[in-house]
Design a binder for this molecule. Sequence first.
Ligand code: PLP
Ligand code: SF4
Length: 341
Amino acid sequence: MAQIIPKNRAGVEHNWQKELADSFTDPVQLLHYLNLPVDDFTHHIEARRLFPMRVPQHFASLMRQSDPDDPLLNQVFPLAAEFTQAKGFSSDPLLEHDTAGQGVLHKYKSRVLLIVRGGCAVNCRYCFRRHFPYSDNAINKQEFEQVLTYIKQNNEINEVIFSGGDPLMAKDLQLAWMAEQIANISHIKRLRLHTRLPVVIPNRLNNEFFDWFARLPLQKILVIHANHKNEISQDLKQNLRRLRQAGVTLLNQAVLLKGINDSADSLELLHEALFDAGVLPYYLHVLDKVQGAAHFEVSDDKARHIMAELIKRQPGFLVPKLVREIGGQPGKTPIDLHLHP
Ligand SMILES: *Cc1c(COP(=O)(O)O)cnc(C)c1O
Ligand code: SF4
């Protein structure tokens, strides 16, 4: 019998939540999938107790088979080194724990950041949120009303940022409802989304998302989060293309990570791949000093050398700003790029 709903259309429409549910959460299954010998990883797997493993299948499909050094695998696979207590690394490097729960961070004058959703589709081992006491719950209606009142009373705010966790973990119905009310505030010009979901499940940028986001009467910015060129898949490119055609500004933020992307070669390729996808590199963050992630740290001096090389090799619009987030500062802190011999 003929299918009533064309297969590809049904696939694009509703599958992201199923993809999310089908993510790898068992390290052994991911090792099997990648043809890696489980025995070599037994002592690492314990680290899932510190922060659960969560890897959507699309992201896993971008990993190389049988390669324990794969740069995507090593962003998400638990590692015994996470048990190391490193000096200067804390569970709350940005001093944000006490603001959790209210759903809003207003640290930078013109921009207010809403914690729309606590959870993420992927658990990145280097993430400072590995110790953040967010629940997976979405911001509730009453909290959102309070946020709206706050924004209305603060004329200096012209941009609202949906963040998390990952804001695209929320349903489009809820996101559209929130965005619409924000768009009704006369001093708001822009809505920005910070999300890694399109990278790990490109189908998240489906028609339902497109319908409310592209139509929103605000300037729209989508900031994705990719650290390595292998994360920029054909599916992602395709789904980003129509957003760009609809006038959405596409940016990327990355984290400089030892063993993943800590070379000018790796970042140059990432930036080229991003531009091919219509995305400009925005920020390159140095690691937040979060307990359990010290093995990802790259020294400031090494970061400076990499930046010097990128500036030589790439046009200015493909060179991201190297920044550090320091609690209590009025914005991200740029890192001084002068090489000190
Ligand atoms: C990073 C961040 C922003 C956005 O900063 P930009 O420099 O505008 O990208 C806003 N609010 C908070 C709390 C942030 O951490
Ligand atoms: S907040 Fe971003 S970096 Fe952290 S776990 Fe979620 S997706 Fe990964």
